[in-house]
Design a binder for this molecule. Structure first.
Ligand SMILES: *Cc1c(COP(=O)(O)O)cnc(C)c1O
Length: 314
């Protein structure tokens, strides 16, 4: 537990120098922990400490059926000896639970970590933060510590502020994928004023700006809006081919929901002349590799090319 939550730093790996001497490095947050990888470790760290401080015996959180945050919370709970409860979008998943579990690598993994599930309808899921719904959850599960969907709150942002090291101040750009914007806010809070944080949203919508500003007063950031590939968890063959080619060239696995879109976007921006000559970019590999198996199942059903997976166990 102590060791699990100890300060961690991940290496920067040089990837490529493009024409014009633009250099790309990847911060390997995916290597932080085999099961609680990347930014999900950062987001859970201070929340776990707080849950213990408050003497809570369980963590309760929310997510979709393939959520990295659900998988990471389940694993972190198992490692640190606190019970976990996952409130999952989609009541149909609970109907034939044993069978659905076999078909869903994320839930199967979370279940193996001891996570309890509550499957709720999409409309209930939208209401999950209301006092009424919270009251119902309290009656069912007792005095839990609650983490929001995606895991972002002030303590999560504090954890994400530990992603960057002092040495990272030399980079001109720090680039990351954005879901809730919590990771981006943490990066912003430790960035140098001369640096620019580029956020690549993994979904459509314009709520991210508000989220980032809720957790950071800094203004040295920019959203790059056109690399979500149609929306959250949407993929196409161009993206899948890029991820497979990147894996072949650099022996680094990217995920299709966040980091694949991020790195694809950076390569495309370089091509389009977005970066001045001599620029250095540090992209954050936020992990998320557990999501590959789920996407591959979907691609297989549609008879589309799949992601070659370096880590079949994940
Ligand atoms: C959850 C996740 C993100 C998004 O992080 P936010 O803090 O919600 O913006 C990015 N990358 C990966 C791999 C993730 O699992």
């Amino acid at each position: 537990m102590e060791e699990f939550l100890a300060f961690k730093s991940s290496p920067n790996q040089f990837i490529i120098e493009f024409p014009g001497r633009t250099r790309l490095y990847l911060k390997r947050e995916d290597l932080l922990h085999p099961e609680v990888s990347g930014n999900k470790f950062r987001k859970l760290k201070y929340n776990l400490k707080e849950a213990f401080q408050q003497n809570k015996d369980s963590l309760l959180t929310f997510g979709g059926a393939y959520s990295n945050h659900i998988a990471a919370t389940a694993a972190a709970g198992k490692i640190s000896g606190i019970k976990t409860i996952g409130v999952i979008r989609g009541e149909e998943l609970g109907v034939n639970f044993e069978k659905n579990l076999l078909g869903n690598p994320t839930l199967k993994f979370a279940h193996s970590c001891g996570m309890r599930f509550l499957f709720i309808s999409r409309s209930d899921f939208r209401e999950k933060a209301t006092p009424d719904f919270q009251q119902k959850l309290k009656e069912k599960f007792g005095d839990y510590y609650m983490l929001p969907e995606g895991g972002t709150n002030a303590l999560a942002v504090k954890g994400c502020a530990e992603i960057l090291d002092e040495d990272d101040k030399d980079f001109d750009f720090i680039a990351c994928a954005a879901g809730t914007g919590g990771t981006m806010a943490g990066l912003l809070n430790t960035s140098g004023k001369h640096q620019k944080i580029l956020g690549f949203p993994a979904l459509k919508g314009d709520f991210l700006e508000t989220e980032v500003q809720k957790f950071s007063l800094r203004k040295n950031y920019q959203f790059i809006l056109n690399y979500h590939f149609g929306g959250y968890a949407k993929v196409d063959s161009e993206l899948i081919n890029f991820i497979n080619k990147f894996q072949k060239n650099y022996q680094i696995q990217l995920d299709p929901i966040y980091t694949g879109k991020l790195v694809f976007g950076i390569f495309d921006l370089v091509k389009k002349g977005f970066f001045a000559p001599g620029t250095s970019i540090l992209a954050i590999h936020t992990g998320g590799l557990q999501g590959i198996a789920g996407i591959n199942k979907r691609l297989k059903q549609k008879k589309l090319p799949q992601i070659r997976n370096l880590e079949p166990g994940q």
